[in-house]
Design a protein around this ligand. Sequence first.
Ligand code: NCD
Length: 308
Amino acid sequence: MRHLMSPLDFTVEELDRLMDLATDIENNREKYAHVCDGKVLATCFYEPSTRTRLSFESAMIHLGGQVLGFASADSSSAAKGESVSDTIRVISCFADICAMRHPKEGAPMVAASKSSIPVINAGDGGHQHPTQTLTDLMTIRSLKGNLNDMTIGLCGDLKFGRTVHSLINALKRYSGINFVFISPEELRIPDYIRSDILDHNHIPYKEVIKLEDVMPELDILYMTRVQRERFFNEEDYVRLKDFYILTKEKMNLAKENMMVLHPLPRVNEISVEVDDDPRAVYFKQVQYGMYIRMALIMTLLGLDGKEA
Ligand code: NCD
């Protein structure tokens, strides 16, 4: 049995197969409509979510399966003090696969160690968010054709943003990747990413504060929200929340084929006027997120779709 805790749990070849399957699902939706008939997905979300939870649920429903679960810690037995280890043992009796989001780093891993069904990490604290990363990789590969040779700018809350941490970790295995980190001093990428991932793998990167300065060199711009829920005080959040706002004027500085991604939810960091720019692909990204989760559910359940 396999779980998904980090994007590195799959080899590059396995990721390619997963994305190929997601592309086939995208192009032949009806072929997969009953692959998960009789199967149940549990979504155990101890932290708020719209996209990730509904994307998982929608993925399972589109495969013919059913879903159950909870959307907040308050509405689960966690409010009574139950541990994730006990909860997953119980969920294992009700479902065939579980997607779990938790504010504590490592909680889905603890659950996986006690689980008799596959567990997917749907975001653990400020640590990892592997299915968002699969979504990001799928979006870039589908729209650009491959995942090599690009300058990718990550902008915003690089300190607390788990999607950023996961994506850097995943991209280190591709060639010709250049990172540009755009953040205020207080929200720079954590030291462990700089030393253990970037320096350790000799990956070129630079850190800047002003987005305008680097706009012309980017192939991908990955915008992120300032992670209010992970701040220690509201004052710092208020001071930093509108540090970056991507506008039409800034888009004018970018390459014609640059792509803007965002894991969403957006707060103020991308002005709505940018939504009509063909380079803004963050809503397409949501669609790819459902296809890649369909492919992931099938793969972890050992259903390759050949019988479909
Ligand atoms: C992200 C998350 O939860 O980390 N959202 C998502 O899953 N699409 C990004 C965010 O909340 O800012």
